[in-house]
Design a protein around this ligand. Structure first.
Ligand SMILES: Nc1ncnc2c1ncn2[C@@H]1O[C@H](COP(=O)(O)OP(=O)(O)OP(=O)(O)O)[C@@H](O)[C@H]1O
Ligand SMILES: [Mg+2]
Length: 481
């Protein structure tokens, strides 16, 4: 039996089958979180849902549990999955798979991840054997469909996790093309901590009379999260970062560009901090290994671009550091949300130079966040008290050899996306007719094309002009209020 507070219904009372409830209990999940309590009656009844809940509030199970319940008992035909979850990044796909596949097994359901950077042959084989739940990034799924390895004609339930981010990344045409192949009478759910932008277009076109479940206002800070704005002299910034990285406890540091991530990892290694570096320019095996080492506690510090900002859950991350300012308040909230998850406490620190303070404060206001502002330097009491900063050993640690992916050029997603004009001093990249480089970055995160060929001039590693661009999408300045 599920234990639940007297006022809140248990998972069983909400209508989940006993085998699923037991499987949840085996994973230590006994009481529904509010977003789950709110969504389950409608999602189990087959209604279309727009779900917004703060970072770490349990959205994966809010859509995953009803999905598994509703497709149980009708095994999928070969190549024709019964349910589809679309996500923007490979790491998130694997994480959703890890959360739902064991629960699905309790109902004899088979789940499979299809993402780029991993063996297509094994994905094709699995689809041939029959996959009930497919967790996919849009690019690889499109490729599989084009190869005749998968059809969406039997999909009864579709979920878009981090729906707004998929739109931001330029996946809208690919996502629409996929949704167009799914029977119109199926159930659709869109989830994110922030639902805005082009999401409206998706809702109008693909959802039928959706119910919105939002257990918190549009912008509402996670209560267990403390925010700090640290003003640092430029000349000291590297040393302050090194001290913060030298702390005990799991830390994620967000940096805007791939090159910035690699450079910081090297700098920290020189002063004795071994840190994992994660960005879309690494091979998938390196990305997977880095995240695994961080999860397993083999490295305490993860340095990442925004590729790790959405949806990624690692237990016990106690500090998130914005080494570079987030592109906007939404990215701020998602990055910050890697800590203080599922009711845990966490601290978020933003390091800024004097001239960035106004922009940072404007962003935080828009994020609904009240940050404590302090000037800090190396060895500062506030810095130590808030972050646990301590001087690293100074004894260099070994860095693993760079593993970067070969560069690809000129991907043009389907559809008629507008091509943004180059900004002052910026050159367009890619072959004539190719799309702007931010979409190639999007492609890297979601994998439109398989089988990357090395760049014709043989470049394969090292900082490229592309690596110096913000990963994922173009940074947006916060509008002045
Ligand atoms: N009912 C529950 N009881 C205990 N733990 C739960 C429950 N629901 C979810 N969790 C745990 O909470 C953590 C965060 O959940 P999840 O990743 O689904 O959050 P999210 O809302 O999707 O966050 P984000 O917006 O960052 O994607 C996970 O470790 C998950 O296992
Ligand atoms: Mg999530």
């Amino acid at each position: 039996m599920t234990s639940a507070s007297p006022t809140l219904p248990s998972f069983a009372e909400l209508g989940l089958p006993e085998r699923l409830v037991s499987a949840l209990e085996r994973r230590g999940i006994t009481t529904p979180f509010p977003i789950q309590t709110a969504c389950l009656p409608d999602t189990l009844a087959g209604r279309d849902v727009l779900g917004r809940g703060q970072t770490g509030s349990g959205k994966t199970l809010a859509f995953g549990l009803p999905l598994l319940t509703r497709i149980a008992g009708r095994p999928a035909a070969p190549k024709r999955p019964s349910a589809l979850i679309l996500v923007p990044t490979r790491e998130l796909a694997m994480q959703v798979q890890d959360a739902l596949a064991p629960l699905g097994r309790s109902l004899n359901l088979h789940a499979k991840t299809v993402v780029g950077g991993m063996s297509m042959a094994s994905q094709i084989q699995a689809l041939r054997r029959g996959v009930d739940l497919l967790v996919a990034t849009p690019g690889r799924l499109t490729d599989l469909i084009e190869r005749g390895a998968c059809s969406l004609a039997d999909v009864q339930i579709t979920v878009l996790d981090e729906a707004d981010h998929m739109c931001d990344l330029g996946f809208m045409p690919a996502v629409s093309a996929l949704l167009d192949q799914i029977p119109n009478n199926g159930q659709r759910m869109l989830f994110s901590a922030t639902l805005d932008g082009d999401v409206d277009k998706l809702v109008r076109r693909y959802l039928h009379d959706p119910v919105t479940h939002s257990v918190a206002p549009a912008v509402s800070p996670v209560e267990t999260m403390d925010h700090h704005l640290f003003i640092v002299d430029r000349a000291q910034k590297h040393d302050v970062i090194a001290e913060v990285a030298g702390r005990e406890g799991r830390t994620i540091m967000f940096v805007r560009t791939k090159h910035g991530v690699d450079a910081l990892a090297k700098r920290l290694a020189r002063v004795g901090v071994r840190a994992g570096a994660l960005h879309g320019g690494k091979t998938q095996s390196a990305r997977t290994r880095t995240l695994a080492e961080f999860r397993e506690g083999k490295v305490a510090v993860l340095i990442a671009t925004d590729v790790a900002a959405r949806g990624i859950h690692v237990d016990d991350v106690t500090l998130v550091v914005h080494v570079d300012l987030a592109a906007d308040h939404k990215d701020y909230l998602h990055r910050a949300g890697r800590t203080a998850r599922a009711g845990e406490r966490g601290t978020v620190a933003t390091l800024v130079a004097h001239n960035e303070v106004r922009n940072a404060e404007r962003m935080m206001r828009r994020a609904g966040v009240n940050a404590q502002r302090s000037r800090v330097s190396v060895g500062d009491d506030t810095l130590i008290r808030v972050t646990g900063a301590q001087a690293p050993s100074g004894v260099p640690v070994e860095v693993q050899p760079e593993q970067t992916r070969p560069q690809r050029r000129g991907y043009r997603p389907e559809g008629r996306g507008r091509r943004p004009a180059p900004r002052h001093g910026e050159r367009r990249e890619g072959r004539p007719g190719g799309r702007y480089s931010e979409h190639r970055d999007a492609e890297r995160q979601g994998e439109r094309h398989e089988g990357a060929r090395p760049h014709p001039d043989g470049r394969s590693g090292g900082p490229r002009r592309d690596d110096r661009r913000p990963e994922g999408r173009r940074p947006r300045r916060e509008p002045a209020q």
